[in-house]
Design a protein. Sequence first.
Length: 219
Amino acid sequence: MKKVFCAIFFAFSLFSVNAQGIVTARSFFDSVSDVYASVRDYEADIDIRANRQNMSGRVFFKRPNLLRIDFTNPSEQVICFNGDMLTIYLPGSSAILNQSVQNSGANMVSPQGLSLMSKYYSVAYETGFESVPLSDDDPTPVIKLRLGRKNTSEAFRYIKLAVDANSKLIRRIEGITPQGESFVFSFKNYELNKGISDNKFVYDAPSSANNYNNFLFNE
């Protein structure tokens, strides 16, 4: 479970970023970053598959680094990051997990996220610059990229991105760990620049739940 939450938090470092270009994989990657650099806030439906675990809900993001996911599966579960504190509510366990992230993690959920990826990962087309359907069930035309790590210190051995060919919004991201574990994040039904209030990222967890602090660093 801890690996799932770490992967979720890490993955969102990829969505608050900079880019624009074309032709080469790197220039296309940069063009995606430019699109995200223009986004003040967004919400979207999200599906997460972590090995055999499936999760789904609605994600909310506001620049520079506010994030919230309200899950429908598991029902009522919440992940919320207010810029300083990562809070996860697990209704099934009646538990609240808190982690002070401060600069290390907070900087990852920022406009520098994609540029950091391009620094530590090499960018290539997976299927060429021609668009292909997202999946057998979704005909949305996407450009698929594959990012390979440049050194062994990175969390994922490689990362696959499926980017909407028209909007340049990321529809799917898959991270593969050195151990072969797969984390897949799928996005659809984006709504951009709605003026989401900061209050959306203030989460009042049930008072009856048990609090556990610094969970990322405790076994």
